[in-house]
Design a binder for this molecule. Structure first.
Ligand code: PBE
Length: 299
């Protein structure tokens, strides 16, 4: 009995000790190498994301593997929560970042320069439809083909969803406020009845926003729309096998480039729906001496 109490007390003590250690993790110190302060770890997202394979390439291209830099797989939610905590304590962190995303609106973070152009300068997001959609569902095809918006507009919907709003409601609110723009996507398009459309997407914040907006617009011309979240590879294959009709999530030329190539000939590329997206590594602004991916090796 007594023994048990002692071990419980010591367990409690160790727990408190550990908790206080993690609470007092040191702030970013520009006199020490950045790698040594964060265990040579880049905080990433889900394994399938293009940004993850690009980051593996960056680790090799910039020679970061010489220093045993590694990329940690997690999820967008886990990454942004780790970022949030690091920023509160001004601790160092390197993340996989992309824009449009609310992380760049909510937090003071910056992209690292990429002189070797591993991530590419700017990306455009394309709409991809299954073969035959144009003949089978000309109205849906036409709306999908016309759909395009800006980074700011996408960020706007994303931010609302991040603040807890239901994605469908956030999409509808955005449509109401931007009705004249949305009208240009549907003007003159024949309404339909009892027709189904299936959109697939990966549940990244940016794609949740765009897919919900497009789904609501297709509903407004009479379609019965389902949206289904999946991993990136199945999403592309759902279009190639015609199990789904379209997706609006193709970041090109680099981020989704592998899938674009692998499935070539098995889809229609309806062109750009958003211009000037960006992908890369990002750090908090207070890491003032870290401005390029090269600095991760040298500073
Ligand atoms: N992302 C968001 C995706 C595309 C959209 C940058 C996380 C990726 O494949 O990396």
């Amino acid at each position: 009995m007594k023994k048990k109490t002692i071990s419980l007390v010591s367990l409690l003590f160790v727990t408190i000790l550990l908790a206080s250690c993690s609470a007092s993790q040191p702030k970013y110190d520009d006199k020490k190498t950045v790698g040594s302060q964060i265990n040579y770890t880049i905080t990433g997202i889900d394994a399938g994301a293009g940004i993850m394979s690009s980051t593996q390439k960056a680790i090799t291209s910039y020679g970061l593997d010489d220093k045993n830099w590694q990329l940690q797989t997690s999820s967008t939610a886990a990454m942004t929560s780790t970022l949030d905590k690091a920023l509160k304590d001004e601790r160092p962190i390197v993340i996989t970042g992309w824009q449009p995303h609310w992380m760049f609106t909510k937090y003071k973070i910056k992209f690292l320069k990429d002189p070797k152009n591993v991530y590419g300068e700017a990306e455009n997001i394309h709409t991809i439809a299954r073969k035959g959609l144009k003949e089978d569902e000309p109205s849906a095809y036409e709306v999908l083909d016309r759909f395009n918006w800006t980074k700011e507009q996408m960020s706007n919907v994303m931010l609302k969803v991040n603040n807890g709003e239901d994605p469908e409601k956030a999409a509808n609110d955005w449509i109401k406020k931007n009705q004249s723009q949305v009208d240009t996507w549907t003007d003159g398009v024949k309404k339909v009845k009892n027709r189904e459309i299936k959109l697939t997407y990966v549940a990244w914040d940016s794609e949740i926003a765009s897919t919900n907006v497009v789904a609501q617009v297709l509903k407004s011309i009479g379609y019965d729309v389902t949206i289904q979240a999946m991993e990136i590879q199945p999403m592309w294959s759902s279009i190639a096998t015609k199990a789904a009709d379209a997706q609006v999530c193709a970041w090109l030329p680099k981020t989704s480039g592998v899938f674009y190539k692998d499935f070539k000939g098995k889809y229609d590329d309806l062109g750009v729906n958003l211009k000037g997206a960006r992908v890369g590594l990002a750090v908090p602004e207070y890491m003032t001496n870290i401005n390029s991916i090269e600095d991760l090796k040298n500073k």
